[in-house]
Design a protein around this ligand. Structure first.
Ligand code: ARG
Length: 292
């Protein structure tokens, strides 16, 4: 008995025969309809819904404007989101963004709850051991935020101060390396805006986080009276999209899409939408050290 007709057969012959039929078929109906064999009645193919295209679930910690954040309507928006959407369109894949707390984000990829992570994630050698990254889509570096009247002038000045960071970020890594992992002066927060709010409240002396996010916050919260301090001691960073280790097929699609949007100017358009200039003049902040 051709499998494609199993359902109709059951419908017309009743459940009494179900066991017998299933035993004869040896397996369940396939989820996607196979091409109907020549002998199958035409109705059998028509009654099965067309196969649903795979929707890739993209995890993002949407508390990171202007890269990924939630607008008043609760929609996830930002540069990262626009880049992924444009890449997906080029790659011919469908994506869906799911707000995913930073602290669980890598685990969610590992567990298969997310197919792609797009969350301003810096490509690091350590992370490369457990996940695969696309080519970079954005250049970044760490930037220090302090109160406008602070004497902090360089990263070294933070050694003995209370510093706020987002847990497990490259900012956390830089400060942990400086102060030592047992330092009680490092205050870790679940989001970067929370760390910056604590700076405003006076609970920490400085925050170390990605330049784009710090500048965005300082610009939009003039009342907080912050200033930023840059230091070439911070290594240049690059954001990439992460996929599960070994998912070469998806990685290739994303890289191809990324190359396409860089080639046809749509990446530059997205960049200008958020930073108002070509990538070279990023965020009106000093460019990261050219070497290192
Ligand atoms: N670029 C930094 C890192 O990879 C921070 C990224 C945080 N992203 C976020 N959406 N919270 O560690």
């Amino acid at each position: 008995m051709p499998q494609i007709t199993t359902r109709r057969f059951l419908q017309t012959t009743g459940l009494m025969l179900a066991g017998l039929v299933l035993a004869a078929c040896g397996k369940k109906e396939p989820e996607a309809p196979a091409a109907a064999p020549a002998s199958a009645p035409p109705m059998a193919a028509a009654s099965a819904p067309p196969p649903a295209a795979k929707v890739y679930v993209v995890g993002t910690d949407a508390a990171y404007a202007p890269f990924e954040s939630q607008n008043e309507k609760g929609e996830i928006v930002g540069l990262t989101i626009d880049v992924v959407s444009a890449v997906a369109k080029k790659a011919g894949i469908e994506v869906k963004f799911v707000n995913t707390p930073w602290e669980g984000i890598f685990n969610a990829l590992q567990q298969g709850d997310r197919d792609i992570l797009a969350s301003s994630i810096t490509i690091t050698d350590e992370r490369k051991q457990t996940m695969d990254f696309t080519n970079p889509y954005f250049d970044a570096y760490q930037l220090i935020a302090v109160k406008a009247n602070s004497k902090v002038a360089k990263f070294d000045d933070l050694k003995k101060l209370k510093v706020g960071v987002q847990t497990g970020t490259t900012g956390d890594e830089a400060v942990t390396k400086q102060q030592g992992k047992n330092s009680t002066n490092i205050k870790r927060f679940e989001s970067t805006p929370l760390a910056l709010k604590e700076l405003e409240a006076g609970g920490v002396d400085a925050v170390v986080a990605d330049n784009g996010v710090v500048i965005n916050y300082v610009t939009n919260n003039a009342g907080a009276k912050f200033k930023t301090v840059s230091d070439k001691a911070f290594a240049p960073e690059q954001y990439g999209f992460a996929v599960k280790k070994g998912n070469a097929e998806l990685l290739e699609k994303l890289n191809k899409g990324l190359a396409d949007i860089k080639a046809d100017g749509s990446y530059d358009q997205i960049y200008a939408k958020y930073f108002g200039a070509a990538p070279a003049a990023a965020a009106s902040a000093p460019a990261p050290a050219a070497s290192k």
